[in-house]
Design a protein around this ligand. Structure first.
Ligand code: PEP
Ligand code: MG
Length: 756
């Protein structure tokens, strides 16, 4: 049965229209459970009807015509209960409804199962039997299991058919496709599909007699790809720092590696033609990464395949494809690669949409670095049918509107104008102090680690760096960076901001930030080996990093070191000893270093309860609300299935923050918030009320938060906090603060653009 189930789901997923998908389902289900009829009704939410969309057994003319009002008949009962209904003799059921159009009067056995997506009943699959028949457990569970997997495939097929219609008829599409935010902002433009340059999977096995000729062709193709990569790297050089460009170096290295070239040549020497040998080599390599649990490592498989396709393209023809990119290009792909992104002239790129991937994918990292909106993981997007269509992408909410109706376009134009108006309104705040109306100074710091966040506004506006995420330069390399590379890196930021404080966080890998060259395979990475847990098991990595930080700060007095993912007091004590050791060694080696202040990130629940004990041991605490929220609410911060439950304004989170502030106060230690919450103006006011001393955020939030801070007194912020702390859910807190903001004329800071 499992086999049959898999096959049906696969066939449905491959269907190119809703009609084709539903046809597969009814035919296959009818056969699999030996029913006389199988039909599918889909819910039309606007019309409030269930529409017969496909049938195997009833009259075909009835398809599209039979419409059952919601709540009527046995189909209505299935949808209403969102549960299977299994009736041996349907006509004797009080809810039975006879529909003459389908000629169904002679059917007795009835089994209906709902198709559900995100709690909504999208439709009902119905099996019928002429004779009275109570469907058995095996049939019920089969249909039930199948239906649970169908919703995604049906919505994909539906979008696919609709997009084809759009391309042919130029109509508009009145809904949006949901993905995950990859990079904030709104992009409006024309879709260009970043399709596979060459289809490696389609290359057949073929024999050759001309080993020398095939080897030469392969080597020439590799050389050509090397040239391409260097050219693309050159394209990016203005926007990205050396460490980000290191991805291209890693690809170049892979190209030149023995494993790739030698293995392919060996296969050619065994008699395979170059393209076939290449396909086998690339597949062998990519498969190793494909099976890995880590998102980041799986991404490497796509890098390898992308390389393979590029080589194949050169094997197949000499000229790389040239694309005419429209002035506002929305680049769309199954899995957009960093290289495809680099192909688009920078001034023409309005947005990026990737059907797969997440915010930790390479392409999302690049998009944020160059400030282009991106939406990731749009699984319902039929990429191949989207070329040339107009699209609006909403990088705040992770939405893609294809061929939007005029009203939607208007709404986003308005949003874009509002964003511009807001920027103009914020402009005069530059250089003004971040002070409450009663004179409490709340330093606003910058979260960085990516180059664009440090440029212009950030460097001018921020009173320092509150969080420098050091893992970025580690992630884009193919090995751990050495001490001197790290010194150069940290010195850059320390010098740029001196004498303003710079908080460098020690390596926080693991969780959703694995390193390609340091594989960690765990079933629960967020509860596993991450942050300081790795530092403590690999003191050599930690010591190298701390030495680099201390050396980078020579001549400046602004370095602070921050320890991520601390969950016990013992961790802090051991790490402090290691920092002391690095310090003593450097002094012995003759470096004129000074002692940095050390702080702890509070981002797991145990650290909240230990705030007092931690504060006693270190100079400052910094609250990482991104992780703290996921751990307090038990919601994976990257999982779209539970994204609705993730809310950092949840009263449980706010109450935890208050506890941290109170704990630190006993030892007169300062508390900062460096998670996304600090950059949300609504929350910033509550944090000020709580007694949080400084806030650290990305550059784009600095002026917005400053405006909010300057609009309230500390005592008003305290009152608002008291009200918020008594609330029971996050939505209530948000609505309350939105109301307050509207009252004081800060309505412009609310909404997707204002609250990111
Ligand atoms: C956090 O967890 O809130 C935080 C600032 O760190 P990161 O987002 O890098 O995990
Ligand atoms: Mg964190």
């Amino acid at each position: 049965m499992l086999e049959v189930l898999h096959r049906i789901v696969q066939e449905v997923s491959a269907a190119t229209s809703l009609e084709a998908a539903l046809k597969v389902i009814v035919t296959r289900v009818k056969g699999a459970i030996g029913a006389d009829v199988c039909s599918i009704y889909l819910t039309n939410f606007e019309e409030r009807t269930h529409v017969l969309m496909a049938t195997d057994g009833l009259r075909q003319e009835a398809v599209g015509k039979v419409r059952l009002p919601l709540g009527r008949g046995l189909v209505g009962l299935v949808a209403e209960r969102a549960e299977p209904v299994n009736e041996a003799d349907a006509p004797s059921h009080p809810r039975y409804l006879r529909i003459s159009d389908t000629g169904e009067q002679q059917y007795h056995g009835f089994l209906g199962v709902p198709i559900i997506q995100n709690r909504r009943v999208l439709g009902v699959v119905v099996a019928r039997q002429v004779e009275p028949r109570q469907f058995g457990d095996a049939e019920v569970t089969f249909l039930f299991t199948l239906a649970a997997q169908l919703a995604g495939a049906i919505t994909f097929a539906q979008a696919s058919g609709e997009l084809t219609g759009l391309q042919q008829a130029g109509e508009t599409f009145n809904r949006f496709l949901q993905g995950r935010p990859g990079s904030p902002g709104v992009g409006i433009g024309t879709i260009v599909v970043a399709y596979r340059l060459a289809d490696l999977d389609a290359v057949p096995d073929r024999k050759t007699d001309d080993v020398a000729g095939e080897s030469d062709a392969f080597r020439a193709a590799v050389a050509a790809v090397e040239d391409d990569l260097r050219r693309l790297k050159g394209h990016l050089s203005e926007d990205l720092p050396a460490e980000d460009r290191a991805l291209f170096d890693a690809l170049l290295l892979m190209l030149g590696s023995d494993t790739l070239v030698t293995r392919t040549i060996a296969l050619i020497e065994q008699g395979s033609w170059a393209a076939g040998a290449l396909r086998r080599t690339i597949e062998e390599h990519a498969k190793v990464f494909d099976v890995m649990e880590d998102v980041y490592l799986r991404e490497r498989a796509s890098d390898i395949r992308d390389l393979g396709r590029r080589i194949l393209m050169h094997l197949q023809s000499d000229a790389p494809r040239t694309v005419d990119y429209p002035p506002h290009t929305i680049l769309v792909g199954e899995e957009v690669s960093a290289m495809q992104l680099a192909e688009v002239p920078k001034d023409r790129l309005a947005g990026i949409v990737s059907a797969s991937g997440s915010s930790s994918s390479h392409v999302a990292i690049f998009a944020r670095a160059i400030g282009v909106p991106a939406v990731m993981g749009v699984t319902d997007l039929p990429v191949a049918r989207a070329e040339g269509l107009e699209a609006i992408i909403d990088g705040y909410r992770g939405r893609v509107h294809v061929s939007p109706a005029a009203t939607v376009r208007e709404e986003y134009r308005r949003l874009a104008l509002e964003e511009q108006a807001l920027s103009r309104e914020l402009e005069p705040l530059r250089g003004l102090p971040a002070e409450t109306t009663d004179g409490v100074h709340v330093p606003l710091y910058l979260n960085t680690g990516l180059v664009n966040e440090m440029l212009h506004l950030g460097a001018e506006e921020a009173e320092g760096v509150g969080l420098y995420r050091t893992e970025m330069p580690f992630m884009v390399r193919d090995r751990f960076p050495g001490e001197s590379v790290q010194v150069a890196n940290y010195r850059n930021v320390i010098k740029t901001f001196a004498p303003r404080p710079v908080v460098l966080r020690t390596l926080d890998i693991g969780g959703d930030k694995p390193l390609p060259y340091f594989p960690v395979s765990e079933s629960n990475p967020f509860l596993g080996w991450r942050g300081v847990r790795i530092s403590l098991s690999h003191p050599e990595i930690f010591l190298t990093q701390v030495r680099a930080m201390l050396r980078a700060a020579i001549g400046f007095q602004n370095l602070r070191i921050l320890l991520p993912m601390v969950s016990t007091v013992a961790e802090v004590e051991e790490l402090q000893q290691l920092i002391q050791r690095a310090h003593d060694e450097l002094i012995e080696e003759g470096f004129a270093i000074s002692k940095p202040s050390v702080g702890v990130m509070v981002e797991v629940p145990s650290a909240v309860y230990l705030a007092e004990e931690l504060a006693r041991r270190v100079e400052f605490l910094s609250i990482g609300t991104n992780d703290l929220t996921q751990y307090i609410l038990a919601v994976d911060r990257n999982n779209p299935h539970v994204a609705d439950l993730y809310d950092d304004m949840h009263p449980a989170v706010l109450r935890a923050l208050q506890q941290v502030v109170d704990g630190a106060r006993l030892y007169h230690r300062s508390v900062s918030v460096c998670g996304e919450l600090a950059g949300n103006p609504l929350a910033a006011v509550l944090l000020v009320g709580m007694g949080v001393e400084s806030l650290s955020m990305s550059a784009g939030s600095l002026l917005k938060v400053k405006w909010a801070v300057r609009s309230f007194s500390r005592s008003r912020a305290r009152q608002l906090l008291q009200v918020a702390l008594r609330m029971e859910d996050a939505r209530q807190v948000r609505r309350f603060m939105e109301g307050v903001f509207a009252e004081v004329g800060l309505g412009g800071l609310v909404g997707p653009a204002g609250t990111h």
